[in-house]
Ligand binder design. Structure first.
Ligand SMILES: CCCC(=O)SCCNC(=O)CCNC(=O)[C@H](O)C(C)(C)COP(=O)(O)OP(=O)(O)OC[C@H]1O[C@@H](n2cnc3c(N)ncnc32)[C@H](O)[C@@H]1OP(=O)(O)O
Length: 533
């Protein structure tokens, strides 16, 4: 496989045979073209590959008959046996020449030469544009999120059921039962449905999935819904010509102006069909909306469930919505120019969480990870700096820390989670105020078998004054990849531990705010009276 990325481009004029009854390009047809273009980009050096997954896609524009669609695909990064292919779709209005973005998607292809052996791919040699470098970096972040998606989902579902057991059951207003919107369709895998390797073409499977999902959504709304987004197609196993493919779709949940439909695909060969033992080869969920005449999206009725499976799917839709939100924030390319702690040249970073006063960012380079937690504090920068630089106070807001030794010159403590000994390295008494810490080895605190040592390379706080009595505190941690398991929950969206720690730090720094505000007001009054005199 050659090492540089090659862009592959497909251009299609939209004809009535590609469109639905409303003259709009069917999403299924678009998915087929996208899969083909991406596969050609992945196979550009002659190595056969199969689609393993296609990440979440948001459709931004409706494409109509007479318009021209342009699909560009390029390998962003090769991992071991798999690679990520980026797909960029635009639509052009022929008469005006106006071009709009339809969607951006990321597919994972796995190299599959003939035979059963696996092939390791050569690393991609990206020396091109800044954009290529950035995509190369973001590809590993996306891979982490995509491979964690299933686990994140399971954990959030568990959290939900735990809450329920503690009596937090959310009341459901029963209106329409999801069981009524169940659609099933069978297809026979014929040669025209196969790809160039003789397996059922991935694009064809996605198109059939979209077809049954659209029928289920239209049963609910009694109208023609439009596809807004897809939550990841995962090709769990192959199917081939002669297989019977059963597509099952069911409404999972509604959210005011959208509905989520889940689709499940099973494949059977003749024997499996007779024995009733299907292979689960794909599943995905799709979000639809009803376009109104005035451009406003129309409302969907509330739905409820009558079976345990119905309940699981209803909750699953809420959980997926939450994960999608975190992922979108994580990988938003508009959030780019965050200064980095190491001041080295870096390629990627992403904000993956944001509550009112807290922003959490991750930035990856080689085997190092830089975590930044940004907090807006209602206190002066100097006051925040004094409190943060006094490491004896740290356990008041960070329960992972324990002071094990303290002296006038050095402040040592042990981080419980990683058993790291940190040394206060630098105080800086001016805006921006800096508290810098570095990992050191301490003979008095030897490593033990239950903890990993020296995962935090350096850490610290940067405190910037922002106006009168307010500041921005950035807490940095540069860590090795061994810390990943501790922050993955935050990345994947099921844990809020970093935000919780930040909120605890904020309340620690702001705790005597009222007292100080009283004194500031008091001093201002006295000064005002003095000047009057
Ligand atoms: C013309 C368009 C092309 C087509 O039509 S292809 C037809 C549609 N696709 C298929 O039929 C593929 C069906 N699935 C399969 O055959 C297998 O599940 C597949 C994808 C080959 C993986 O199987 P294995 O190799 O046994 O799995 P593995 O656990 O060893 O992983 C190998 C590499 O694949 C990656 N992978 C597996 N499932 C994934 C997923 N859902 N999303 C993203 N990446 C995934 C996995 O991370 C691993 O990557 P790496 O080797 O670490 O780089």
């Amino acid at each position: 496989m050659t090492s540089g990325p090659v862009e592959v481009q497909m251009c299609q004029s939209i004809l009535p045979c590609h469109a639905n009854h409303q003259g709009e390009l069917g999403a299924g047809q678009l998915l087929k073209w996208m899969d083909t273009t991406a596969c050609l980009a992945g196979e550009h050096a002659g190595m056969a590959c199969v689609t393993a997954s296609m990440d979440d896609i948001q459709f931004e524009e409706t494409v109509r008959v007479g318009q021209v669609i342009n699909i560009k695909a390029r390998v962003n990064r090769a991992f071991n046996t798999s690679m990520e292919v980026g797909i960029y779709v635009t639509v052009q209005e022929v008469l005006s020449g106006v071009t709009k973005r339809v969607c951006v998607a990321f597919s994972t292809f796995v190299a599959k030469p003939t035979g059963t052996h696996k092939v390791s791919l050569k690393p991609l040699d990206v020396q091109g544009s800044v954009e290529e470098m950035l995509e190369y970096s973001l590809a590993s972040e996306r891979r982490r999120l995509r491979l964690y998606n299933e686990e994140a989902f399971k954990n959030l579902m568990k959290d939900y059921y735990n809450l329920q057991n503690k009596g937090y059951r959310k009341p459901v207003v029963p209106v329409v039962s999801t069981e009524l919107m169940r659609v099933e369709s069978i297809e026979l895998g014929l040669p025209p449905h196969a790809n160039h390797h003789g397996n059922t073409f991935g694009g064809q499977i996605m198109a059939c999935m979209e077809n049954v999902a659209t029928v289920a959504a239209s049963l609910l709304c009694g109208y023609y819904p439009s596809l807004e987004a897809v939550d990841m197609f995962r090709f769990r196993g192959p199917s081939s010509v002669g297989d019977r493919l059963v597509f099952k779709a069911m409404v999972n949940n509604t959210f005011q102006t959208s509905v989520e439909v889940g689709v499940w695909v099973e494949a059977y060969n003749c024997e499996e069909w007779n024995e009733g033992t299907p292979r689960h080869i794909n599943s995905a969920s799709m979000i639809y909306y009803i376009p109104g005449r005035d451009g406003e999206k129309q409302m969907f009725p509330d739905v409820t469930y009558t079976t345990l499976d119905g309940e699981r799917r209803l909750i699953g839709a809420i959980v997926r919505k939450r994960i999608l939100k975190v992922k979108t924030l994580s990988l938003d390319p508009s959030l780019r120019n965050i200064p980095n702690f190491s001041s080295q040249k870096t390629h990627s970073r992403a904000e993956f969480s944001c509550v009112l006063q807290v922003g959490v960012y991750v930035h990856e380079e080689a085997d190092m990870l830089c975590l930044k937690v940004e907090m807006k504090i209602k206190t002066t920068a100097f006051h925040a700096f004094l409190l943060l630089a006094d490491l004896r106070l740290r356990p008041q807001w960070d329960r992972n820390y324990l002071i094990s030794a303290f002296s006038a010159n050095f402040h040592f403590w042990v981080n419980y989670s990683f058993n790291v000994n940190l040394k206060l390295y630098l105080y800086h008494h001016r805006d921006p105020y800096i508290v810098a810490l570095r990992s050191v080895t301490m003979a008095t605190v030897p490593p033990d078998e239950n903890s990993i040592r020296s995962e935090v390379k350096c850490a610290g706080f940067l405190v910037h004054e922002i106006g009168y009595s307010a500041c921005k505190v950035s807490h940095y941690n540069q860590v090795t990849s061994g810390v990943l398991p501790y922050v993955e929950g935050n990345l994947a969206g099921w844990s809020k531990s970093m935000e919780e720690k930040a909120m605890s730090c904020i309340s620690f720094l702001e705790q005597d705010l009222l007292t100080r505000q009283f004194w500031y007001a008091h001093i201002r009054t006295i000064l005002g009276q003095l000047f009057k005199k």
